[in-house]
Write a protein that binds this ligand. Sequence first.
Ligand SMILES: Nc1ncnc2c1ncn2[C@@H]1O[C@H](COP(=O)(O)OP(=O)(O)OP(=O)(O)O)[C@@H](O)[C@H]1O
Ligand SMILES: [Mg+2]
Length: 252
Amino acid sequence: MIRVENLSKSFDGQPVLRDVSLAFVQGKTNLIIGRSGSGKTVLMKCLVGLLEADSGQIWYDDRDFSSLGFRGRRLIRKELGMLFQGAALFDSMNVNDNILFPLNMFTNMSHKEKQQRVDFCLDRVDLQNVHHLYPSDLSGGMKKRVAIARAIAIKPRYLFCDEPNSGLDPPTAILIDKLISEITSELNITTVVNTHDMNSVMEIGDTVAFIHRGALWWTGSRKEILHTGNNELNQFVYATELMRTIKPETRP
Ligand SMILES: Nc1ncnc2c1ncn2[C@@H]1O[C@H](COP(=O)(O)OP(=O)(O)OP(=O)(O)O)[C@@H](O)[C@H]1O
Ligand SMILES: [Mg+2]
């Protein structure tokens, strides 16, 4: 469980997060949705400590991340898997070394154990015989798979994915979503996913939080989202729903 309490963040006096309070449930895929610029990435960066909030608290189970110093945070960081926008693999490293990287950084495993873990994670994301390839040799969907393998290498308790689908065709996007959702329940981790893809919401959204202009506007389940009576949320939901109902060949 991750809990966010009264989180606020401004840049140059401009509020980007406004008193956000919400909880992410263990073993579930918790989605944060909202229009471009609504503050999803800033919120996620605050959660993992890449940005410092101006006020508020972030709890990782019973640990108050916000009040911890460098060492205390490092202990929690060891438990976080991250998949940020654009996959962010290291271009100069092959697939094997990309996945070894967090294991070298955060574990004392032997070389043999680390290699076994790399093999297990690649197998879990259904990639075989790609160890020697470089990111530039991979398709967009394969890059995401490698990034997921790298994120789960350290057996995280918490997994953060910022727009894991961006740039993928719809069938590949659904495969990646399902992979994230399956891994979440298999490993019983607390997963947080930023998205503006309504397909993802309907496929994997165990809990859904809608952020509008930096404020938490609505939370609920995917079953409830189509019938909320909330204007801003409806605009978001039905704008994307409309795109889904237009035949692909007639889309602009
Ligand atoms: N380092 C920064 N300095 C100043 N402003 C920033 C910074 N990072 C983000 N912002 C602003 O914060 C707002 C929210 O940005 P954010 O990236 O969180 O949006 P988002 O919801 O993730 O959008 P998208 O769906 O396009 O990824 C934007 O107006 C953005 O310009
Ligand atoms: Mg973003």
